[in-house]
Design a binder for this molecule. Structure first.
Ligand code: SAM
Length: 280
């Protein structure tokens, strides 16, 4: 730590690399029943939230992730009305989903109420839709929630979870995807944050295989930059029971998402194409 300024550093596990953000103040530090929530003021990324020491969200770059976790799936579905978000406690994905007027209800099932309470206090710009009459904020385990969901309850399921460790590990497994398949309508779509294409290609491959084994016929992994996540390059994997429609025209305000971005995000570089087509 330097005398006048300090640095927040996240070492990217097993990669011999890290990210550091110069921080000017620590404004929140809380141990909940599930994880440690810390919030910092940074010199150039606005506020930073970490969970168990890992970057979750910054003011400066969260828009890329939240837009890419929501608009591609919403616009690929012909007419989504009922959405389930699992995780998403910072409420950025909820805000993007509720920009779409055809959505009639969003169940957001976040394990840790502390994350949402902290987001409402320190990231108010992400929480502007929390009181929307269509939003239903639930604090529970998404794995339990999906298991008790009736068949064909949702048009879209968004898995905005932490990394596949601890309580989130089960959100990356075959049994969970099978339960999601049952809870989706026939035209239903699932999109899951699928980590870094550079660091975690094997995980993405196993996620896709498990989604396919769960009945999802068509898969598309979308790639996008995410400056403050491991490697700075992130992904979300879209799964459909049938074929994937051409996306509808985007009629909501966005900063990163566009039809061109949507199309290009689905183009896999050769190394990844080879890896993701390997049977495991
Ligand atoms: N954008 C972040 C990323 O890609 O790592 C994820 C943001 S969001 C804050 C992740 C949320 O998933 C956390 O708030 C965490 O509490 C929640 N979570 C983890 N496991 C969960 C589970 N089994 N059910 C519901 N929420 C869960």
């Amino acid at each position: 730590m330097t005398l006048d300024k300090t640095w927040y550093t996240e070492k990217w596990q097993g990669q011999g690399a890290a990210i550091s953000l110069r921080v000017t103040d620590k404004i929140h530090d809380e141990q909940t029943d599930y994880q440690r929530i810390e919030i910092y003021e940074t010199e150039s990324f606005g506020r930073l939230m970490t969970l168990d020491g890992l970057v979750m969200v910054t003011d400066r770059d969260n828009f890329i992730y939240h837009e890419m976790m929501t608009h591609p799936a919403i616009l690929t579905h012909p007419n989504p009305k009922k959405v389930l978000i699992i995780g998403g406690g910072d409420c950025g994905a909820l805000k993007e989903v509720l920009k779409h007027k055809n959505i009639v209800r969003v169940d957001q099932v976040e394990l840790d109420a502390g994350v949402t309470r902290a987001a409402e206090k320190f990231f108010p710009a992400l929480c502007t839709s929390n009181n929307d009459t269509r939003a239903n904020l639930v604090f529970d385990d998404g794995i339990k929630w999906i298991q008790k969901s009736a068949a064909a309850s949702y048009d879209l399921i968004i898995i905005d979870s932490t990394d596949p460790v601890g309580p989130a590990a089960g959100l990356f497994e075959h049994g969970f995807y099978r339960a999601c398949f049952a809870a989706l309508t026939d035209e239903g779509l699932l999109i899951a944050q699928s980590e870094s294409p550079l660091f975690h290609d094997a995980l993405i491959n196993s996620m896709r295989q498990d989604m396919n084994k769960s009945g999802f016929e068509t898969l598309s992994t979308l790639l996008f930059p995410q400056c403050t996540y491991p490697s700075g390059w992130w992904s979300a994997t879209l799964a459909s029971k049938g074929s994937l429609n051409q996306p509808r025209t985007c009629d909501v305000d966005t900063l990163y998402y566009s039809s061109g971005i949507h199309e290009s995000a689905q183009v896999l570089p050769p190394f990844l194409k080879r890896k993701l087509e390997q049977k495991i």
